[in-house]
Design a protein around this ligand. Structure first.
Ligand code: GAP
Length: 462
């Protein structure tokens, strides 16, 4: 994991602890099984976390499927034939080097000792501590093993998939015949993956159970490099179009020693997280590795027959592979901001309105004089169009602060004047402008605003 100090990049604006505290306070993310003391590195998503996560996934589907006609969708099984992992190379090669400390009895990744803390006090990195007694590294496979059916023997061993990609390769033939595609074309899927990570931490950044958004783009062999360049640019644009600041994103090409067993070239999109520049998404040129391997192990022909040239070939694959949870963390970190309103400190999540869990909150100024009833009517109209929330508890200032912390871009206040002339106050989370608009026009107005481009107001300050 890189350090931002050597790159001239802007410093971290928020600590991970502040982000984690907000996520817990507002019900985005909870450590899993907390009432039992927690379980290593798994998380549960609460109400706003689920809404945010769905928005991230919907935006990815929109970019992959709705806005193009060369990609189809897939949803493959988590448990696949064990031979899949033999063919893919995961059984032999999906390993991390592991060392044990004989003194503190902890395990560390041999290549990430600087990111780990030794169990002895005062805490240092393992190996730096005089009392640390590290074993020689040995390879540890990251796949979770399970058994299919009631008999637990070697014949029933199966694995929880460590990437969604293989489900796509093993369906290549199905998609070719049923979707009648010709390279270049892609197959996209979103789903859970599992890795028995040794080094976890940094909240939802690296966990053992996580969701991936992966797309395998099948191209004629001579076009792979060009498509690799294309997908790097497209994926960078996806993040910046959704409001992530470009100067906190960078592309970093893997060195030869870092490349995965299947890849001839990979570049990571990295984000400047509070702990430094770290991988957000990988974009790999997988060549014909996977289709060739599965053809060999399954005995099936996995190639494309080009009617025009009369030749068959194994397409090469370019793969943008993103993490849903990591993208969520990025949106929250990039959006986290504080300012002062009338002498009071405010925490605000400056999320792109399309990513924000709730689009509009409807608030009666006071809980009497028919205002709650009118506000509720407006809320019920708006929720037909977008995720809306009705809130009548507590002072208006406190209710605004709550909405600011969950990133709601617009607030509608119903007051005495509403009852007279039918107008409401529309408050903007970012500019704090409060405009009087007819309640009858709210739906159309907010839909138009949702469709507008959005840039982070933090950019204008920098
Ligand atoms: N099919 C290629 C592949 O899986 P990867 O770089 O190992 O490549 C792709 O994973 C993305 O999945 C990463 O960039 C990251 O966003 C996410 N990811 C991988 N391991 C993760 C973990 N343990 N926790 C959370 N997200 C993870």
């Amino acid at each position: 994991m890189g350090d931002s100090s050597d790159t001239g990049a802007p410093p971290a604006e928020v600590s991970l602890e502040e982000v984690v505290a907000l996520c817990k306070r507002r019900g985005f993310v909870f450590p899993s099984s907390e009432i039992y003391g927690g379980v290593g590195s798994t998380y549960d998503y609460g109400h706003y976390g689920v809404l945010l996560k769905n928005n991230v996934k919907n935006e990815w589907w929109r970019a992959m499927i709705q806005e193009r006609d060369d990609i189809v969708a897939l949803d493959s099984a988590i448990i696949q034939h064990p031979k899949v992992w033999e063919a893919s190379g995961h059984l032999a090669g999906f390993t991390d080097p592991l060392v044990d400390c004989r003194t503190c009895k902890l395990r560390f990744r041999a290549d990430k000792l600087e990111d780990s803390a030794c169990g002895r006090k005062p805490s240092k990195h393992p190996g730096e501590h005089s009392e640390c007694d590290l074993t020689e590294p040995r390879q540890f496979n990251l796949m979770f093993e399970t058994h299919v059916g009631p008999v637990k023997d070697d014949a029933s061993i199966a694995y929880l998939r460590p990437e969604t990609a293989q489900g796509i390769f093993i369906n290549f033939k199905n998609v070719l015949s049923f979707a009648r595609r010709k390279p270049p074309f892609g197959i996209a899927q979103i789903g859970k993956s599992f890795r028995n990570e040794i080094t976890t931490g940094h909240s939802i950044f690296r966990t053992r159970e996580f969701e991936q958004m992966e797309m395998e783009f099948f191209v004629p062999p001579g076009e792979a490099e060009r498509w690799h360049e294309y997908w790097m640019a497209e994926r960078m644009r996806w993040y910046t179009d959704l409001g992530i600041r470009a100067e906190r994103l960078r592309l970093r090409a893997h060195g030869p020693e870092e490349l995965s067993h299947y890849s001839s070239a990979t570049s990571d999109i990295e984000y400047l997280f509070p702990m430094g520049w770290s991988e957000l998404e990988g974009i790999a040129n997988r060549g014909d590795f996977d289709l060739t391997q599965h053809a060999k192990h399954s005995g099936e022909k996995l190639e494309y027959f080009d009617q025009e040239t009369g030749e068959a070939y194994v397409p090469h694959v370019v793969e943008p592979a993103a993490g849903v949870d990591r993208a969520m963390l990025t949106f929250i970190v990039d959006g986290y901001d504080t300012d002062e309103i009338e002498g009071r400190r405010r925490t605000v999540l400056r999320l792109h309105p399309r990513i924000a869990p709730v689009k509009v909150a409807v608030l009666p100024l006071v809980s009497r004089d028919g205002l709650p009833e009118r506000a509720r009517e407006i809320y019920e109209e708006l929720r037909e169009l977008m995720v809306a929330e009705y809130d009548e508890g507590g002072s208006i200032g406190r209710r605004y602060r709550r909405q600011d912390e969950i990133g709601t871009p617009w607030g509608v206040t119903v007051d005495g004047q509403t009852m007279e002339d039918g107008t409401v106050t529309l408050r903007d989370r970012d500019t704090l402008a409060q405009d009087r608009v007819p309640a009858s026009e709210l739906g159309e107005l907010l839909l138009a605003k949702l469709a507008e481009p959005w840039t982070s107001p933090k950019l204008r300050r920098e």
